[in-house]
Design a protein around this ligand. Sequence first.
Ligand code: F6R
Length: 655
Amino acid sequence: MCGIVGFTGTIDAREFLLNGLMRLEYRGYDSAGIALTHGGGLQVLRVKDKVAQLRKAVAASDIEGSCGIGHTRWATHGVPSEVNAHPHCDCSGTIAVVHNGIIENHEQLRETLQAQGHRFVSQTDTEVVAHLVEENYAALCGQHPKLQARLAGACATGQAEQQAALAAPAHAAETTLFVEAVRATVAQLSGSFALGILHADHPGTIVVSRNDSPMVIGSCEQGAVVASDIPALIEYTREVVYLDDRDLAVLHADGSIEYFDPAGVLFTPTTYHVDWSIEDAERGGYPDFMLKEIHEQPRVIRDSIAQRFDAASGKLLFNELPLSAEQLAAVDRVYIVACGTSYHAGLVGKELIEAWSRIPVQVEVASEFRYRNPIVTSDTLVLAITQSGETADTLEAVKQARTAGAHVVALTNVVGSRVTREAQTTLYIKARPEIAVAATKSFLAQVALLTLLGLYLAQERALLSAAQVGEIYAEMQQLPAQIEQILAHAAVIEDAAAQCAQADTALFIGRGVGATTCYEGALKLKEISYLHAEAFAAGEIKHGPIALIDPAGSQDPLLQTPVVAVALQSATYDKMLANIEEVLARGARVVALATEGDTRIAKLTDLVLYIPPVRECLSPITASVPLQLFARAIAIARGCDVDQPRNLAKSVTVE
Ligand code: F6R
């Protein structure tokens, strides 16, 4: 939700800001803007458009400076428009604020500030922050006559010209007042926020703070940098600090950074090393990030399973899990909490953990879990799955589970992210940065890790022998080559997609883990192509959803209702064929996902995507790949932006 960047240093800040915003655009793309301090003043430029347009507007303007902040927005309060775009300013136009999150008490603060004479121009919750800093700064500078006159004058008239006549910037030593004004402001805010703030009187200084919204900070040769996510920074530094709630960081142009706790006490934070490279955050010759990330999946699976198996002992290793065999034996229930695609990975995890370790597993949508008083005890193991590590709903579920006494294990992609600090244990998926809004490689990495975890739990509870675990692990090692093989047949998948792209509704059906594969396949399709798609356990369709198949289209194959059927070799294969017959009889156009060598399926439909044979429990990893390509091909055929689908943002840091 919203991307924030900030740079202060010895070089032109514009390139950092614009490149950083491009790299964060997956967080929101309704509008964008930057602010720079320069020559004792503050310049702000905003567009109701994507960052590419902002870049053009910057090139056509005279905005410049070596200290600035930038923002790419995902609207929460106030429609996407230039006036609601960030940065937002105070009455005098000397303070600029970028914000990610929701200020929950903004209405009450706005009323108070308006009564004090502040004039608001936007509908956003963010604008209150600029006026609050202005108010607090004025109070702290009470004994400084020049500043007082300037603040009073600007508030009363709001004349932009008045700013030009303002006195020279305050002395640098007064930066303390700016920092204190922000600290006082943060104490008045409730809700989630990540803030970057500039003050024209303190050129070269950026003050940042956060509560429940991510903020990553680092220094580099050219100065100091801040962003809401790592991809914006990795070109400059790989040593990063994650700010804790309500702490403040003060970034200076010489690259030094001061950290203050909410009481204003200076402290030294923990630094994390990020091993992602700049290439990880770039398209690398692919037309879009989604395709690049789909093609990275063989590597992702290879990394996910590497070093998990100790050949000497014949055992799977999970050294990060601090639970002893006795503690694992005592686990009587597993909850998996997650949202969206991560939730679908959890559904696969449930099937495998229950099958192998015989522990009951409940998969919960995180936003529901926290409001429904679930049965959690100290013998409950909670797995919180979140690619970003910042999803507000999942974080709240984690807090609730911990309060109830459960051991919480986070499965995440982002080193040092919020969930890693909320959970007792972190298991990292090895996806590397995922930029496309639609999750692909992170899903495969999550499923691979859950598969290994399921095997490990069974191993530790002595329910699977070393030979059984070793055999499945050996088959997992074949997965990267099998995915390569699927990717090599993308053209067949694209052909099938071309025949379905004009439909209004698509259904996905499967059984067992095939059904979970379908849930994810349908989500991919609807989120990037806007083609309405629903997934069902195949046995369920006759209980209602089959009514969605419209026989009217049966004359024209392009208008038939597509039904994507995951019909791989499995214990329920024959039942799947029967379900396919049922939908064909109602006029559906079936796209079947079948196992190489299957001779029966081709008698039912000519649209068959064959994938290499794998053990059923591993099939979500291979079968998801053609469904990702299918969704992407349909989205492109329908003229959609696959990396930045409408209304969505990758990291959902609000509830
Ligand atoms: C869909 C997608 C979302 C995320 C969901 C959770 O392609 O990306 O459904 O899976 O917002 O995000 P994380 O995993 O970061 O908690």
